[in-house]
Ligand binder design. Sequence first.
Ligand code: FAD
Length: 284
Amino acid sequence: MIVSDIFRAKRFVMSAEVFPPKRNGMLEGVIRALKDIKGLSPDFVSITYGANGNGGDTTADVASVAIDAFEMTTVAHMTAVNMTVAKLEEKLEQLARKGVENILTLRGDIASDSAFYDFRFASDLAAYIKRRYPQFHLIGACYPEGHYQAPSLEADVDNLRRKIDAGVEHLITQLFFDNSCFYRFRELLARKGIDTPVSAGIMPITNALQVSRTVAMSGAHIPPDFAKVIANNDGPQLYRAGIDYAVEQIRDLHANGVRGVHLYTMNKGEIAQEVFARCKDLRA
Ligand code: FAD
């Protein structure tokens, strides 16, 4: 099934992201996470592609398990960094053989040795796939607080339009902790005439290390109520408080007319289980 059809059929869509192992063959952890997530009946799962263009085979391997063993609607992430036309075609044909219908087209996380060959931006990848492999349904990333390399949020949204013009039909946001940033972003999209459906990316923060890493990597704004959660809790208390905060965020998004939430699970099935269970009524 394609993600846009799920959004057309359901009032509130909940999905989840998992990541594959860095090396081939070590699939146990992600399979365990998929098994836990399958029990939650997610509307779809997405499987990341390694940073700096590494590890594409494991994405396809995990996609194959999600489709064949767990019968889940699956989105494979695909990145432009270090990507050539020949490599892309090989990967897309592999994904098509495994039954993947949805591709999240991305530029990719980069490193100091990153190179760009045939594609520079996510929109280049989307345009190529749309032209050569129109059977795939294309999804793109967006940034409620702006991408870190964009000169402004407005400029980033203008670039987002290029992705949509290139064939992207659904968007998933970067994680955020402040729903008001998302609501302002939604208004900006509307002002710019962008009506592509959006899944809001939510990551439950459950330990102190994750706080420093995630915040540094995403650049997400920490609103005062979440700052209090982080400052006043540690150990098991932070675990509980982090889940409570994510559930409150999701319930608020739902109450404000948001149609979909994508949960960044970090392969922790038990956390996803609790969040989904506490949002069950929203999906009824
Ligand atoms: P782009 O859309 O290409 O944008 C990158 C920057 O270039 C932005 O600043 C944008 O404003 C600008 N830009 C875009 N088009 C143009 C243009 N034509 N001219 C000038 N400037 C332009 N990374 C991974 O490596 N693997 C993953 O699996 C992965 N999954 C992700 C999933 C989601 C939902 C999100 C939000 C991010 C994910 N990332 C992943 C991280 C992502 O690759 C990085 O955030 C990356 O820095 C940008 O990717 P993008 O696709 O948004 O890039």
